[in-house]
Design a protein around this ligand. Structure first.
Ligand code: PLP
Length: 372
């Protein structure tokens, strides 16, 4: 049996007719940027996220960049980010001229630890970007309380967690202004790049709307130095179709994670995901940890099973951030995660037999191979 890491086929086959209709409607409308599909999607995503405003943008990195820009974060400021995230979170801080300050995660959930956030706050701290890593919501109540106490902003990075909750409140609705990605492989994915900013603050929403469109509200009148960071009509139309299926797809992701949990719990030398009691997990990724990661990954590859590592090199060790003079020793939890984590195959529509096959191979490798 061949098991890819990700397979769009079941999801995309189910919505193909709706997507083709969406394409034709945009095609025949002769209006391709900043039109009705975008407005419709922004309304629908606001409803989904329980927020007042959604602003569709070009991708997740631009969403975070625009969020920080709208908050006035800039040179000389510090922005707290997790030490174990995708580099985009840190890049957004760098884009506005601020310094990313890396903070260690909770070793159980892998999400940024509120206790460590508070220790890292200085007079220069302007914002915190918690990342709902792999699909599990961060401890947002605690993070918001710390931010309030210190007078700093929160920008949720919700790229991996569409629909997750903390204390029953959905991610992307906690922070002052939040960013998400609709990169194709995300839980809600476009057929190309896409992203959005969500907020309940009308002033921030308006700033982002202006910034994404050349700094302009009225054609050929430019109030600020803005960008071209818009979500186009085609992607908005596709996202509108897929958003209607997101809840069902999320249920399937959770079911698959339950199958993995059941099959893999108690396996020697393997750590399965831990979910905080107040959080939900939408399993963008199902990530296990093992000290024999390289060997296990190779074994699974040889057996036709695709896996990935999220992320092999944390941002603070990337060449791009050499100037910060950070080393592995600064972030032992992030280091351990980078060296041991492995993301298993998971996609809506993945069958029980496929999950079972992957789990059995992992068990065989860790139990049998250990002894031979
Ligand atoms: C945690 C996180 N933040 C930000 C991004 C950036 O999103 P995009 O690829 O749409 O720019 C990603 C996506 O890869 C991500 O995983």
């Amino acid at each position: 049996m061949k098991i890819p890491f990700l397979n769009f086929e079941p999801m995309h086959a189910a919505v193909k007719a709706e997507m083709q209709l969406a394409f034709e409607q945009v095609y025949d409308s002769y209006w391709y940027v900043m039109g009705k599909c975008l407005t419709d999607f922004e309304r629908a995503y606001s409803q989904f996220s329980n927020v007042e405003h959604t602003i569709g943008v070009s991708n997740g990195l631009d969403a975070l960049h625009l969020a920080l820009k709208a908050l006035g974060v800039g040179p000389g400021d510090e922005v707290i980010v997790p030490s174990n995230t995708y580099i985009a979170t840190a890049l957004a801080a760098s884009y506005v001229g601020a310094t990313p300050v890396f903070v260690e995660p909770n070793p159980l959930t892998y999400n940024i630890d509120p206790f460590n956030i508070e220790k890292a706050i200085t007079a220069k701290t302007k914002a915190i970007i918690p990342v709902h890593l792999y699909g599990q919501a961060c401890e947002m109540r605690e993070i918001m309380d710390i931010a309030f106490k210190h007078g700093i902003y929160v920008v949720e990075d919700n790229a991996q967690a569409h629909g997750a909750t903390y204390q029953n409140k959905i991610t992307g609705s906690w922070g002052h202004v939040n960013g998400t990605s609709f990169y194709p492989g995300k839980n809600l994915g476009a057929l190309g790049d896409g992203g959005s900013v969500t907020t309940n603050d009308a002033i921030l929403a308006q700033r982002v709307r202006v910034l994404r469109n050349y700094g302009s509200q009225i054609k050929y009148k430019n109030e600020v130095i803005g960008y071209n960071m818009r979500l186009d009509e085609l992607q908005a139309a596709f996202l509108n179709v897929k958003l209607k299926h997101l809840k069902a797809w999320t249920m399937q992701r959770k079911q698959i994670a339950d199958w993995y949990n059941e099959a893999l719990q108690g396996v020697n030398g393997l750590t399965i995901p831990y979910v905080h009691q107040d959080a939900t997990h939408v399993y963008h990724l199902y990530v296990v940890k093992t000290n024999r990661r390289e060997e296990l990954q190779k074994y699974l590859t040889d057996r036709g099973i695709g896996t990935l590592i999220h992320y092999p090199i944390p941002p603070y060790l990337q060449e791009a951030y050499l100037h910060l003079n950070l080393s592995e020793g600064n972030f032992p939890v992030a280091k351990e995660l980078a060296n041991t984590c492995l993301s298993l195959p998971l996609w809506p529509g993945m069958k029980f037999e496929e999950v079972y096959f992957v789990a059995e191979e992992i068990k065989y490798f860790l139990n049998e191979k250990l002894h031979c």
